[in-house]
Ligand binder design. Structure first.
Ligand code: ATP
Length: 292
């Protein structure tokens, strides 16, 4: 039987996202705290097929072949590793698209990992360099563990593995937001002027599972523009606090929001209330990803 390899890749949220600068090549420099989540997650399968690179997915309308970020990852890998591609990738797409959850980046990293686990040609540093060409989040997804990222996303510092699971709820309003739009609407003159974040306090609260304190320390510099443009997000934020959330924030370039709850019970109450009050929302009981 023909060999098939597969990998399940997590989504991510940004517990903190702070823009620290803008480079002459227009990339934003960041300080961000990534948290990988086991739900929602994509599954990527690699099949050996005829010559070339094919990519298809379970989600109608998602770009295919070389227009898919996974296809571009395969193309870069083939060139860097000097192998002739004969691959077909099937993506089981569960991560909402253009949602601030890193779905495309996750699939691209999965493709790089699947190929390199098979061919074993590129050293880790070369794989990371390829990942960064595909997107600032992609290096994180090569080793998806809770991590601080600096630079444009490539300077990774992993957090201790034994941190408690955060009682999280993801709320995805079913409309897309382009990352380019969100970054374009961050005014460069705000760099350094918005309130700072407290990395040490956040870690202390996390270690102590003090979700009240933890919830107050979430931060996203892109939030201002997103709340302004999409009033539904502000409405949701207020409602989530009224329903007992300890903290609410937008992930990445949005529009997915996440709420830190007091415990699993109060998370259930939140889900039920949201589902009754809003029709176009998808809620995910987000579990930490611990399979790395
Ligand atoms: P990020 O959080 O990494 O900034 P995002 O989660 O907001 O990104 P994605 O889901 O990665 O956004 O999608 C961004 C765009 O990339 C979409 O418009 C989509 O058409 C395109 N795309 C290409 N390949 C993929 C893929 N495998 N999965 C999702 N989107 C893809």
């Amino acid at each position: 039987m023909a060999e098939v390899r597969s990998l399940t890749v997590p989504s991510k949220i940004n517990l903190i996202l702070k823009i620290t600068g803008k480079r002459p090549d227009h990339y934003h420099q960041l300080q961000t705290l990534f948290l990988p989540l086991a739900v929602p997650a994509d599954r990527v399968e690699l099949h050996w097929s005829g010559p070339g690179i094919r990519v298809c997915s379970s989600r109608p309308g998602l770009p295919e072949d070389l227009d898919n970020l996974g296809g571009r990852a395969a193309q870069l890998y083939a060139a860097a590793a000097g192998v002739a591609p004969e691959w077909m990738f099937r993506i089981e797409k569960n991560i909402p698209v253009a949602a601030g959850l890193g779905g495309g980046s996750a699939d691209a990293a999965a493709v790089l990992r699947l190929l390199n686990e098979h061919y074993r040609i590129l050293p880790a540093a070369a794989l990371t360099a390829l990942a960064l060409q595909l997107g600032a989040d992609v290096p994180f997804f090569l080793t998806p563990r809770p991590a601080w990222a600096g630079g444009i996303g490539e300077e990774l510092t992993w957090l201790p593995a034994e941190l408690p699971a955060v009682p999280l709820l993801l709320i995805n309003p079913c409309f897309p937001v382009s990352s380019a739009w969100a970054y374009r609407h961050f005014e460069p003159e705000r760099i350094g002027k918005l309130p700072g974040f407290h990395a040490d306090l956040l870690l202390e609260a996390w270690r102590a599972a003090d979700w009240e304190a933890f919830g107050k320390l979430l931060h996203n510099d892109l939030g201002l523009a997103l709340y302004e443009k999409f009033p539904l997000l502000e409405m949701l934020r207020r409602r989530l606090f009224q329903l007992g959330a300890c903290g609410v924030q937008i992930s990445g370039s949005g529009p997915t929001m996440f709420a830190v709850c007091r415990d699993a019970g109060s998370r259930e109450v939140l889900v039920e209330a949201l589902q009754q009050e809003f029709s176009d929302l998808r809620c995910f009981t987000a579990e930490p990803y611990r399979h790395f």
